[in-house]
Design a protein around this ligand. Sequence first.
Ligand code: DP6
Length: 326
Amino acid sequence: MIAEASPNIALIKYWGKEVSTCDATRNLPLNPSISMTLSQAMTRVEARAQSEQGVSLVWDNKTASVADLTKVVAHVQRVCAYLHVTFQAEIPTGFAINTSNNFPHGTGLASSASAFAALTLAIVGEVMGAEPAMQLLRTDMATLSALARRGSGSAARSLSGAFVKWEREHAENLNIAWPLRDTVVIFSRAPKAVSSTDAHSALPTSPLLRGRLASLPERTRAVEAALRARDLQMLGPLIETEALEIHRVVEACSPPIHYLLPETKKFLAHVQSIPKRNFFFTIDAGPNVHVLSEANVSDELQGILQKLGLHAELWQDECGAGPRLI
Ligand code: DP6
């Protein structure tokens, strides 16, 4: 079965997880997060039952690394165990998995979110059949989300679209229809020096984490209200404060973790100096900037980059409806 899922961009970030001494894959977030699922960037996962025992994995036409294979095997086993226990489903001896992204690595789009969302759905589809799998997605997205979360936390929010809130074990579709665009300004495609998983583990060393967690409930409420009101002028400053804060918090870790490049900072400082705008930014754990807007702002962004003498590629995306089986 083939499943496709898109990455999501968080407006309120998952930044820090509960520490578990017994299970490193619980991926329970310290705070609720809210995101927008995209539609153009996509991970496609094909899972085929095979008589050969175990899991084989091809990633972008290459044999996967041992680290990726280990994560995927663990995930396939978790999903199969759930299907066996809950539906007494018969589990195939093995799976051949083939996965590819239509967007380049390192663009600032979280491929682990789309990959584990698509993998979860592809396995459910292959074991249960397409219609029962889609039925499960429609009626019990939260369960599939909780499974996907174990592969990568942010995958919890890629099982549905367009706007999803994830809190601990539970993710819900906020049922907000607002066609926002996300133009990703790509300053660098180099792999990150520190993965987001490692940043999550380092966060307890940041003296700024406690203050962030104290102020988040109010900001999260405000972001949800702005989304419901479809008010970009209300939403924009909130997501920019949030994005800059996650970087301040991680820069205060011991040792400090820096994701922003001088180009990123120059671009952000300029954008923030524009008195009235119809676009606002957010940034994940990396140097690339996501610009949210209602209208197409790529010409305007190209103009800014040119004026500042900066070179960046643009990736145009927009909100989407969540994953599908083919
Ligand atoms: C900055 O989901 O990549 O993108 O659960 O360890 O796989 P793991 O981490 P991951 O963390 C994402 C962090 C973020 C913010 C967000 O997407 O909410």
